[in-house]
Design a binder for this molecule. Structure first.
Ligand SMILES: *Cc1c(COP(=O)(O)O)cnc(C)c1O
Length: 370
């Protein structure tokens, strides 16, 4: 029995990649906004329906640089129910993360709770489109306008997601993407910042290239976060398959929903009509108040079926030792985030997941007795 992991990276046919590698070898342009980099930016703008994009070497640096470009000082309100890179990028900018609660259905930062945490030190809001579920972008837009705060979205999970036929990446000051191996669209490692206008994009492009404005002028404290020609070439090949990959993921999600509908102690994700979802993850909630039960289920799935779901996102960010000093749980208990961290597991979902794999995942759940 081969183990089934939560994800498996998609790769385009090798024969389609090798000619692009040959070109790189012939041209000897390896990085610094080379031809593949430029093509990939143009193709992604078309594919995603966005205005501007800057490619990065990974999603964390994309987020780090997007925040840096805003020259912020003070507190950034964000979610504790996310991958650690969201909060790391705040601290790397010498900013203070402030954690607010999430919505129990979408798992996204709750704008009502965010508003309660806004004070004179607040300098930005950093929501995450968790699992590819769109945030309440209208509410965050209103908060941003009312309090004069930039909203930066960590859209690492939201490649290709649309709301009312518009890319979710077109909301806020910036949206950042990750093209890591585990994401819906991968360039092995990679990332991007989507920005609303060209002058902002140019500022990001300078920041990711050490701050160089020209050969002899450095105007900001930049970093090296450029995407290489190798990753950009992979991205060009991947882009031909991403529609197919998302379609396969959506089919798997549909089959899971059908086969697991009868399990009354499991809550399945819901997909509103006006949202085109990428089904980057398949999060389910186990039980009602059942911390122990979730963990026993995971053990059962692993031990009996070699199915390896993941407890994304447990622990909450502020329960990691480094971040514990940033949040007073007694004073600001975040019940929805706490409950989600105790109850959610993400089931395996990736384009190559076969029908028999899906059956095994389903059986690993339906055979569980607590
Ligand atoms: C993957 C991910 C990142 C970081 O992306 P990398 O490309 O791995 O650096 C940031 N935020 C979230 C929510 C992620 O899932």
């Amino acid at each position: 029995m081969d183990p089934i992991y939560v994800t498996k990276p998609y790769l385009p046919p090798f024969e389609e990649v090798s000619p692009l590698l040959r070109q790189i070898w012939d041209r000897k342009i390896l990085t610094n906004s080379g031809p593949n980099h430029q093509l990939l930016e143009a193709d992604l703008i078309r594919y995603l329906g966005i205005k501007n994009i800057s490619l990065f070497s990974n999603g964390t640096l994309a987020l780090l640089v997007a925040l840096k470009s805003l020259r912020l000082v003070g507190e950034v309100i964000t979610t504790p129910f996310t991958f650690i890179a969201t909060a790391n990028s705040i601290c790397w900018n010498n900013l203070i993360p402030v954690f607010a609660d999430i919505d129990p259905i979408t798992f996204n930062l709750d704008p009502v709770d965010v508003e309660k945490r806004i004070n004179s030190n607040t300098c930005a809001i950093l929501p995450v489109h968790c699992y590819g579920n769109p945030c309440d972008v209208k509410a965050f837009e209103a908060l941003g306008e009312n309090y004069n705060l930039p909203v930066v979205y960590d859209a690492s999970h939201a490649f290709g997601v649309e709301i009312d036929n518009e890319s979710i990446l077109n909301f806020g000051e910036f949206s950042t993407l990750s093209f890591h191996a585990t994401k819906v669209f991968n360039t092995f490692e990679g990332g991007a910042v989507v920005s609303p206008n060209l002058s902002v994009k140019k500022r990001l492009d300078r920041l990711k290239n050490f701050g160089f404005v020209s050969e002899s002028v450095v105007a900001s404290n930049g970093i090296n976060a450029k995407m290489s020609e190798f990753s950009a070439a992979l991205g060009l090949c991947q882009l031909n398959y991403v529609d197919k990959c998302i379609k396969m993921r959506r089919n798997i999600a549909k089959v899971y929903c059908e086969l697991l509908a009868g399990v009354n102690w499991l809550s399945l994700p819901c997909y509103p009509e006006n949202i085109f979802h990428n089904t980057a993850y398949f999060p389910v909630r186990v039980g009602l108040d059942a911390f122990g039960m979730r963990d026993s289920l995971v053990e059962h799935m692993k031990e009996v079926f070699e199915v390896y779901p993941r407890k994304y996102f447990y622990p909450l960010v502020y329960d990691f030792p480094y971040f514990s000093g940033y949040h007073d749980k007694e004073r600001y208990p975040l019940p929805n985030a706490t409950k989600a961290a105790a109850e959610v597991i993400c089931l395996p979902i990736y384009p190559d997941l076969s029908e028999s794999d899906i059956s095994r995942v389903v059986e690993s759940i339906t055979s569980f007795r607590c």
